[in-house]
Design a protein around this ligand. Structure first.
Ligand code: SF4
Length: 348
C-alpha cells in the first residue's frame, strides 16, 4: 500500500508543485487547505470552488479546514510577533502544521509536505524560523519541503527511503524561475500570483483589524463584514461599514445579523451595516454618513433604517455631512496603536 502524506495546499504554485513531486514518487497525497477570514478571495464562494478545481486537476483528495476563534487568538497575540503588518506568520505556520499533524494521525499519513522555499518569505521561510516552526508544531524531521529539501537537513522520510532526496530541489530565495519551469513540466497552469494571498499583509486592511482588536470587537463575523466596504470608527463600541458598489451592498445585506443597524437609502445610495452598541446618536451619525455617499441630490435624503430584525423606519437627513467631519470617523495609522500591538506580542 502506498505511503500517505498530508500536503499543505493553497492557491499558489508551490504547493501544487509539492503535490506533483510527491505523486511522482508514488506517495498518496491528501491536501489540506486552511480557509481563514483573511484570504483575499474567500469572501465569496469563488475561492473554494477554484481550489476544489485545482485539487481535481491534480487528482488529489482535498480537505478544507475552516479556521475558528483559536486562530484569531494567534493574530491578536502572536508568540513570535508580526511581520511587516499584522501577519503573525511564524505562529500561523505553527498553527497550520499542528492542524496538519492532527490530520496526519487521523488519516494514517506518515509525514507532512510543504511547498515552502528557503528564503522566499521574510518571516516564516528563514532557516531558523523553519526550525522553530517544525519544533513547536511537534513535527521535527517529519516535514518534507521538496522544492528546497537539498538545502535543508535530511528529513526522516528521506532518511528512511520513503521518498528519494535526489529527486528534490535546492531552490532558494524569491526568484520564481525554477518553479515556472517545473510548472511547465507538470503542465500546471491554474495558480494564483504569489503576491496575492493574505489580508494580514495588507497595511490598509490591517488598520481596520487593529481598530477591531483595540475595541474588543475582533471576531470572524466582524472580519467578514469589514471586507465589504468603507469602514468607519464611530466610537470604540460602534463601527459602520458602507458598501462601495452593488456587490458590496448585497454582501453587507447578507451579513446583517440580529441587533445590527441596517441602513438603505430609499432612492439610490449605499447599504450600510452598523455593529456594536447602538444608540440614537450613532444612528444619526450613520444616517449622515450614508447620505454623504448618496449621489444625485444635495439634501433631504430619505433613508430606511432598522435594527435587525425590527421593522424599518424612514428618516430624512436634511444635508450632507462635511468631508472634515466624515474624515474624523475614518481610521488613521498611528504609531502608538502599532507599538501597543507589537508590545502585546512580546516580540519586537
Ligand atoms: S501570510 Fe498570512 S496566511 Fe501566510 S503565513 Fe503569514 S499570516 Fe499565515
Amino acid at each position: 500500500m502506498a505511503i500517505k502524506a498530508v500536503v499543505l495546499f493553497s492557491e499558489g504554485l508551490d504547493s501544487s508543485l509539492a503535490v506533483k513531486l510527491m505523486q511522482e514518487q508514488g506517495i498518496d497525497v491528501i491536501a489540506v487547505n486552511f480557509v481563514t477570514p483573511f484570504g483575499v478571495g474567500n469572501k465569496d464562494k469563488k475561492k473554494n470552488g477554484t481550489i476544489i478545481e485545482r485539487a481535481k486537476e491534480l487528482n488529489v483528495e482535498l480537505k478544507l479546514y475552516k479556521v475558528g476563534d483559536d486562530y484569531l487568538q494567534i493574530v491578536e497575540n502572536p508568540r513570535y510577533g508580526y511581520g511587516k503588518n499584522l501577519n503573525p506568520c511564524i505562529a500561523c505556520r505553527i498553527w497550520m502544521f499542528k492542524k496538519a499533524k492532527e490530520l496526519m494521525h487521523e488519516t494514517g499519513a506518515k509525514f507532512i509536505v510543504s511547498g515552502e522555499v528557503l528564503g522566499q518569505r521574510p518571516m516564516s521561510q528563514k532557516r531558523y524560523t523553519m526550525e522553530i516552526i517544525e519544533k513547536e508544531s511537534g513535527l521535527e524531521g517529519f516535514i518534507v519541503r521538496p522544492l528546497t529539501a537539498k538545502l535543508l537537513t535530511s528529513s526522516i522520510p528521506e532518511q528512511k527511503g520513503w521518498v528519494k532526496r535526489e529527486k528534490f530541489f535546492d531552490i532558494l530565495g524569491r526568484s520564481r524561475i525554477r518553479q515556472f519551469d517545473l510548472a511547465k513540466k507538470f503542465k500546471i497552469t491554474n495558480y494564483d500570483n504569489p503576491a496575492g494571498g493574505c489580508l494580514l499583509t495588507d497595511s490598509s486592511f490591517c488598520l481596520k483589524i487593529k481598530d477591531l482588536i483595540n475595541s474588543d470587537m475582533f471576531n470572524i463575523d466582524n472580519i467578514n463584514l469589514i471586507k465589504n466596504g468603507r469602514y468607519f470608527n464611530i466610537s470604540n463600541c460602534f463601527k459602520l461599514v458602507v458598501g462601495r458598489n452593488e456587490g458590496e451592498n448585497a454582501g453587507l445585506l447578507n451579513l446583517a445579523g440580529k441587533g445590527n443597524l441596517i441602513l438603505e437609502p430609499v432612492v439610490k445610495g449605499p447599504v450600510a451595516i452598523g455593529r456594536g452598541e447602538i444608540n440614537d446618536k450613532y444612528i444619526q451619525i450613520a444616517l449622515e454618513i450614508v447620505a454623504y455617499y448618496c449621489k444625485g441630490q444635495e439634501n433631504n435624503f430619505k433613508i430606511k433604517f432598522s435594527i435587525f430584525p425590527d421593522t424599518a423606519k424612514n428618516a430624512i437627513v436634511k444635508g450632507k455631512m462635511t468631508e472634515e467631519v466624515l474624515s474624523g470617523y475614518r481610521i488613521k495609522s498611528t504609531k502608538k496603536v502599532n507599538t501597543t500591538l507589537k508590545e502585546r506580542s512580546g516580540f519586537l
